[in-house]
Write a protein that binds this ligand. Structure first.
Ligand SMILES: [Zn+2]
Length: 136
């Protein structure tokens, strides 16, 4: 038998798996350490998955971007509200919070997008949109 420390949780926002922490259980609310999404744990036939308890709501995307910035020590600038409005627009037109500055609506571009999670902010000082900024 594998110990719990080897288990992973699948995050539907960043499509990645992160480490299951001892003490978590069915229904626990946790934060994805990769994208900042708030998840409710559910045991599926494929293992642990996180549900999005506030999927598609303003609360969800605001909490996610704030949490992501907090996790990485990033800051926001004046255009934050405009970009949040852009994310709302994407959600109403395309069904999820895709990057407001890109034309493709694919899982890789769910905010925070894969390039951002891959180090764009560290390299360029900001993400593609200018939502997340490296602290100077
Ligand atoms: Zn995630």
């Amino acid at each position: 038998m594998n110990g719990k420390q080897l288990e992973r949780v699948y995050c539907p926002v960043c499509a990645a798996k992160f480490r299951f922490v001892e003490g978590w259980k069915q229904g626990s609310t946790v934060i994805c350490p990769i994208c900042g999404q708030k998840l409710r744990l559910k045991r599926s036939s494929d293992g642990w998955v996180g549900d999005r308890p506030e999927k598609g709501t303003e609360k969800e995307i605001r909490e996610r971007v704030d949490e992501y910035a907090r996790l990485h020590g990033y800051v926001f600038k004046d255009m934050k509200e405009e970009l949040i409005q852009g994310l709302f627009g994407k959600n109403s037109r395309f069904g999820d919070f895709y990057c407001p500055c890109r034309m493709e609506h694919v899982v890789e571009y769910m905010c925070p997008c894969k390039p951002t999670r891959g180090g764009d902010v560290e390299r360029d000082g900001k993400c593609y949109c200018g939502l997340f900024w490296k602290k100077t």
